[in-house]
Design a protein around this ligand. Structure first.
Ligand code: GH3
Ligand code: MG
Ligand code: MG
Length: 269
C-alpha cells in the first residue's frame, strides 16, 4: 500500500526575490510609472555625461530626446513585461495550489503531506512531544466504483475529504496519499486519545454514509494507528510503514475496524 516518498519540497521559494518584492509592494500602474521615471532619469544622466565629453554637442536637443524617447518606449515595454510577470505569478500560484492540495478532496497531496508531516515530526522530536499517525483506507472501494459508477466513486472521495476536514482539528495534518488511501498526523496526541478519535471517525462514517441522488452509498473505513513516543526513528517513512502494517492487520481481520501497531508486525527496515 505504501508508495515511495518523492522527497520533493513543493514549497521552495523561487530565486527572483527582488522582483517578487517589488511586484507585491506596488500596483501594476505604479510599477510602470517607476520604471518609466527610472528610465528617463538614467537616460538624462547618460546624455549629460555624453554631452560633457563631446565638444559642440547640443545639450538642449540631447535632453529633449533623452526625455521623450524613454517616456514613450518605457511605459509600453514595461507594461508588456509587468503584465507577463503578473501572468507568471498567477500560474505559479495555481501550480503551488495544485501541488499542495488534492483537487478532489481539498486535503494535502501526498507530496505536501510528507513535507508538512516531516516538518512537524522534527519539531515534535526537539520538544519531546508525542503524536499519533493514522492511515485510513476505504473498504471495498472498487466495489463502489463497479456498482455505482466511477463518478460515484469520485463523489465518495470528495465526501470523505470533507468528512475528515469537518471531524478533525485544524492543527491535524491530513493528506490523501493516493486513490482511497489517506494519512493523518494528530499532533500532541497519545495512543489512547488517537484510538478514540479513530473509532469516532470510523463509527461516524458508517452511520453517516454519503448519499447520491437520495441513495445512500454504504461506506466504511479501515484504520491503522501508530504513535511516536521517541523510541523509533523520527521519520515519516518509518511511521507510515508502522501505520500501514496496522492497517494491513485491520483489513485482514475483516475491515471496518481500527488496529494498532504493536511492534510485532513485520516492518521492512
Ligand atoms: P480494500 O477493502 O481491500 O481496500 O479493497 P478496495 O476495493 O478498496 O481496494 P482496491 O485496491 O482493490 O481498489 C481500489 C480502487 O480505488 C481501485 C481504483 O480504481 C479506485 N480508485 C483509485 N483512485 C480513484 C479515484 O480517484 N476515483 C475513483 N472513482 N476511483 C479510484
Ligand atoms: Mg480500499
Ligand atoms: Mg487502497
Amino acid at each position: 500500500m505504501l508508495m515511495k516518498n518523492l522527497h520533493t519540497n513543493v514549497f521552495d521559494q523561487s530565486a527572483d526575490g527582488f522582483a517578487r518584492k517589488l511586484y507585491s509592494r506596488f500596483s501594476h500602474k505604479t510599477l510602470v510609472l517607476l520604471i518609466t521615471l527610472t528610465s528617463i532619469t538614467l537616460s538624462l544622466l547618460f546624455t549629460l555625461i555624453i554631452t560633457w565629453f563631446i565638444e559642440g554637442a547640443n545639450l538642449k536637443i540631447g535632453l529633449f530626446v533623452s526625455t521623450i524617447v524613454p517616456a514613450i518606449v518605457a511605459p509600453t515595454v514595461s507594461w508588456i513585461f509587468v503584465d507577463m510577470y503578473a501572468k507568471l505569478q498567477e500560474m505559479e500560484r495555481q501550480m503551488r495550489t495544485l501541488a499542495t492540495y488534492d483537487v478532489m478532496t481539498g486535503l494535502l497531496t501526498r507530496q505536501a503531506f510528507y513535507h508538512d508531516a516531516q516538518k512537524y515530526i522534527d519539531i515534535a522530536e526537539r520538544h519531546h512531544e508525542f503524536f499519533a499517525l493514522m492511515m485510513l483506507d476505504l473498504d471495498f472501494f472498487k466495489t463502489i466504483n463497479d456498482t455505482h459508477g466511477h463518478h460515484a466513486g469520485d463523489y465518495v472521495l470528495e465526501y470523505f475529504g470533507r468528512f475528515l476536514s469537518e471531524h478533525l482539528r485544524k492543527s491535524d495534518i491530513i493528506g490523501r496519499l493516493g486513490g482511497e488511501e489517506f494519512a493523518i498526523i494528530l499532533p500532541n496526541t497519545p495512543l489512547e486519545g488517537a484510538q478514540k478519535i479513530a473509532e469516532s471517525l470510523r463509527i461516524n462514517l458508517e452511520t453517516h454514509p454519503p448519499t447520491l441522488h437520495d441513495v445512500a452509498i454504504p461506506l466504511t473505513v479501515s484504520i491503522g494507528l501508530t504513535c511516536y513516543t521517541g523510541t523509533t526513528p523520527p521519520h515519516i517513512d518509518r511511521l507510515l510503514q508502522e501505520a500501514d502494517a496496522a492497517l494491513y492487520l485491520a483489513k485482514r481481520k475483516g475491515r471496518n475496524r481500527t488496529a494498532l501497531y504493536t511492534g510485532e508486525e513485520a516492518i521492512s527496515p
